[in-house]
Design a binder for this molecule. Structure first.
Ligand code: PRP
Ligand code: URA
Length: 243
């Protein structure tokens, strides 16, 4: 993707990320292995995404003498987007055991591809300064834009989206709506298909983690609906800068 057009987009160049992502995409990777890979990739992407967090100086007493050390300055919140974001939380908590975890429940309407909110227990005012939104797939960008809207209204000062795979259409939508949000991904794929799935992608990240396969009619490549296909075409025109 055109990097200068999206200065907020960070695509990992780490060989371990590339290796694990190929295993994750493989259709023969079963849910147990898939969950392990989601966790490992989240750890690696999270590590990269937090490289610019600020620290404050502290004094540490080693067994030999005091020395100048550092501790993380901002309070960090992890925001897994249900369901698929759940698989990314444990890895991030390993990196930052004191992070707060606030869940947001959204599902994507299959026809309109619009996000539908069903769970939000955020308190009235923000309790953290940096929010890391965890969702493996950034497809149309609707779910992530809606999550950012919710978190900005809550009062979160700084936001980062961590996803495993993005579609160009989703990067464009999120960046246009929220250019201040950093996007960290393992890969940006070719496009969305007519059902709004990322291609080549990995299929449905929630179903593959949790083993919930509802049969051929719910598969990512099956029978596009006219309304859905038009939503995708509109996003693709936006991406190309066409009216
Ligand atoms: C998936 C995914 C994202 C969303 C991305 O969730 O985990 O939340 O789709 O699509 P978008 O960028 O077009 O909004 P889904 O709606 O399938 O719900 P699930 O996690 O409960 O399976
Ligand atoms: N949600 C997924 O799980 N996969 C996609 O490709 C798009 C949305």
């Amino acid at each position: 993707m055109d990097a200068p057009r999206f200065p907020n987009l960070h695509v990992s160049q780490h060989p371990l990320v590339a290796h694990k992502l190929a295993l994750l995409r493989d259709r023969s990777t079963e849910p147990k292995k898939f969950r392990e890979l989601v966790r490992e990739l989240s750890w690696l992407l999270g590590y990269e995404a937090m490289a610019d967090l600020t620290t404050q100086p502290i004094t540490v007493e080693t067994p030999l003498e005091p020395m100048a050390g550092a501790e993380l300055e901002p309070k960090v919140g992890l925001i897994p987007v249900l369901r698929a974001g759940l698989g990314m939380v444990d890895a991030m908590l390993e990196l930052m055991p004191s992070a707060e975890v606030w869940h947001i429940g959204l599902y994507r309407d299959e026809r309109t591809l619009k996000p539908v909110e069903y769970y939000n227990k955020l308190p009235d005012a923000a309790t953290v300064q940096v929010c890391l939104i965890l969702d493996p797939m950034l497809a149309t960008g609707g779910s992530s834009s809606a999550t950012v809207d919710i978190l900005k209204q809550w009062g979160a000062a700084r936001l980062k989206q961590i996803s495993l795979i993005a579609a160009p259409e989703g990067v464009a939508t999120l960046s246009a709506a929220h250019p201040d949000v950093d996007i960290h991904v393992a890969a940006v794929d070719r496009a969305l298909n007519e059902r709004g799935y990322i291609v080549p992608g990995l299929g449905d990240a929630g179903d593959r983690q949790f083993g919930t396969f509802a049969g051929p009619s719910s598969e990512p490549g099956h029978d596009p609906d006219d309304e859905t296909a038009e939503v995708v075409r509109r996003l693709q025109r936006n991406l190309a800068g066409e009216p």
